[in-house]
Design a protein around this ligand. Structure first.
Ligand SMILES: Nc1nc2c(ncn2[C@@H]2O[C@H](COP(=O)(O)OP(=O)(O)OP(=O)(O)O)[C@@H](O)[C@H]2O)c(=O)[nH]1
Ligand SMILES: [Mg+2]
Length: 323
């Protein structure tokens, strides 16, 4: 989803570098292009405006234009500000938590909560943790079974007391089970709705109060665009959200809207979902995303091929840690 933004920015950078000495009108014209590129990627318009203002202030001031390598300076400023825009807080779970740590997954219907619960427990297992899963979704008939199936697939323990249909009792029961059996993380899946409604918010508040989560993750479908921001803000206001999980970033969503969530709602992106498999979850790292915008060195040193494939190759290198 980041390819077209990456390509657009790369064109802007190439133009800047071709200019030799930079002048204010040249930088202004580059900023106009960057603004269009971000808007086309569906980044929230207020966020775009603030971003362009910050880059302008830094790029035109501080002797940057008079330096020996002004284009390189401006490119670096844009990259730094992109990292700041998408969140420079470290992804993953919060550093401090009690034992067992409790992760509550919240979000609208179909956003990917149940899948994320299983993915997260799989990721935690790889970190040497012992997670226990539980579903509090007693409304949708197949929801509890969906988590059981995912748990079996992944070899994860799912707490599912037969016949218990009270969401709070299910969540509290999982806490007791975890303490008794030595699980150090409890991942609580919750019910979703098409829209935010009072009954859901009451239920989620009661579950939250019963389990006191250290991490309340709002699961947002990146395909829903600007709506993801609006509902994240509402969940944050009513329940309190510590981080966002952006799912379906492997799809053809432009993604910029969901990425703006950190700037608009002020909540960091904790994880990104990149597919339907249990391993398709990664702690969010803004610099990794922005590393897809190639730097001067990477463009010059890539042998042959189109600039687009260069960017993709570099991003693969960086993601696999070989750079
Ligand atoms: N491509 C892709 N699909 C995903 C991702 N995360 C979840 N899905 C799919 O999205 C659909 C809905 O996921 P669920 O986990 O059931 O969503 P939910 O939020 O639990 O839904 P409700 O319980 O009905 O509110 C499923 O088909 C998942 O396989 C992702 O990162 N990428
Ligand atoms: Mg679900």
């Amino acid at each position: 989803m980041f390819d077209s933004l990456s390509n657009r920015l790369q064109d802007v950078f190439r133009t800047l570098r071709g200019e030799g000495r930079l002048s204010e009108p040249v930088v202004e014209s580059a900023l106009r292009e960057i603004r269009m590129a971000l808007l086309e990627a569906d980044v929230n318009f207020k966020v775009v405006k603030a971003f362009v203002d910050r880059v302008r202030e830094r790029a035109i001031g501080q002797d940057v234009l008079r330096s020996l390598t002004p284009a390189q300076h401006v490119v670096k400023i844009v990259r730094d500000e992109l990292v700041a825009l998408f969140g420079d807080a470290p992804g993953g779970l919060r550093p401090d938590a009690g034992t067992p740590r409790v992760v509550l997954l919240l979000g609208l219907q179909g956003s990917g909560k149940t899948t994320t619960a299983a993915k997260l427990a799989t990721w935690l297992t790889k970190q040497g943790r012992h997670p226990l899963l539980t579903s509090t979704d007693v409304r949708r008939p197949a929801a509890i079974e969906q988590l059981n199936v995912l748990g079996r697939q992944a070899g994860l323990r799912v707490f599912d007391p037969a016949g218990e249909m009270d969401p709070v009792a299910r969540a509290s029961g999982a806490m007791t089970e975890a303490r008794n059996l030595g699980y150090d993380v409890v991942v609580v899946d919750t019910a979703g709705r098409l829209h935010i409604d009072d009954a859901l918010m009451h239920e989620l508040t009661a579950i939250r109060d019963a389990v006191q989560p250290s991490d309340a993750l709002y699961v947002a479908d990146a395909m829903t665009g600007q709506d993801a921001i609006k509902s994240a803000g509402e969940f944050n206001r009513q329940i309190g959200v510590t981080g966002v999980v952006l799912t379906k970033l492997d799809g053809d969503a432009r993604g910029g809207a969901a990425l703006s969530v950190v700037a608009v709602v002020g909540v960091p992106i904790a994880f990104v979902g990149l597919g339907e498999r249990l391993v398709d979850l990664e702690p969010f790292q803004a610099d990794r995303l922005v590393s897809r915008v190639p730097s001067r060195r990477s463009i010059r040193t890539m042998p042959g091929g189109s600039s687009r494939s260069c960017a993709a190759t570099i991003s693969r290198w960086r993601i696999s840690g070989r750079s």
